[in-house]
Design a protein around this ligand. Structure first.
Ligand SMILES: [Zn+2]
Length: 257
């Protein structure tokens, strides 16, 4: 068991697994890196079906988050995906990836309408959210508050300090991504976040430093970078961020270490 070996127990709270070439091997490498649980995101209906299958294939390791990403908000109707989510609501660990992106080509009115549908589902199903927020932090927070969704993570948060302050005041959290190793802005936001509101993620397969596509093991890079920023040991920060992840996303507690 990882604990007996003294290996860090890291939870990757935001990963995209459908484009990982050999998932079995990637999961084995994640385990070797101490990444014991993965909250897997979805982009759209096809991706959500993949995420559900992967979570069934790796019970206790991969936990599904289903949602329609703002980049895909006008690519398909939300209803079939919402119906799938309704059918599998007991399996879901979160609603995600959802949010708003001011730099995306999808019209903001469409993004907002879709975001609201998924926030309504999250509220009704008592599920936390993993949100994408780019250039629209105030709007994302407003939508969360208007919907009554109080539990979730602004993933890979690199927004302005003021936006961080507001989301923390609302009881929400942020995640440290592997880019924390190189992005000054991301480093600042991590430093300004209370430890109780910090989790880590890989956001794989997104490369983080002009490198190749990443995989869940990269959550370890995020952990190490955040440990350096916070002045804690990686082991101590893994303990804190994994406890946070299981508090924010309670279904990650299933199948304990
Ligand atoms: Zn993502």
């Amino acid at each position: 068991m990882p604990e007996e070996l003294g290996v860090d127990q890291i939870i990757d709270t935001h990963a995209h697994l459908e484009d990982i070439p050999d998932l079995d091997r990637a999961i084995a490498r994640a385990e070797a890196a101490g990444v014991i649980k993965i909250l897997a995101m979805s982009m759209d209906l096809r991706s959500a079906q993949f995420t559900l299958r992967a979570s069934e294939q790796f019970p206790g390791k991969i936990f599904p988050a289903l949602g329609l990403h703002p980049w895909r908000a006008n690519a398909e109707p939300a209803e079939p995906l919402l119906a799938l989510m309704d059918n599998h609501r007991e399996q879901l660990a979160a609603v995600g990836e959802i949010g708003l992106d001011a730099k995306a080509e999808v019209p903001m009115t469409t993004q907002v309408a879709v975001f609201r549908q998924f926030l309504a589902f999250a509220l009704e199903a008592h599920l936390p959210v993993s949100v994408h927020s780019r250039g629209a932090h105030a709007e994302v927070l407003e939508e969360l508050q208007a919907a009554g969704v109080r539990q979730g993570v602004f993933h890979w948060f690199s927004g302005p300090k003021e936006a961080l302050h507001d989301l923390l005041a609302a009881g929400l959290a942020i995640s440290a991504a592997p880019a924390a190793a190189v992005s000054l802005r991301h480093q600042h936001r991590i430093r300004e976040t209370p430890l109780a509101r910090l989790v880590v993620e890989s956001d794989c397969p997104e490369p983080w430093s002009n490198g190749p596509p990443s995989e869940p093991a990269a959550a370890r890079t995020a952990l190490r970078a955040a440990a350096e920023i916070t002045g804690l040991s990686p082991t101590e920060l893994a303990r804190i961020t994994s406890a946070n992840a299981m508090r924010i996303f309670p279904r990650l507690r299933a199948y304990n270490f």
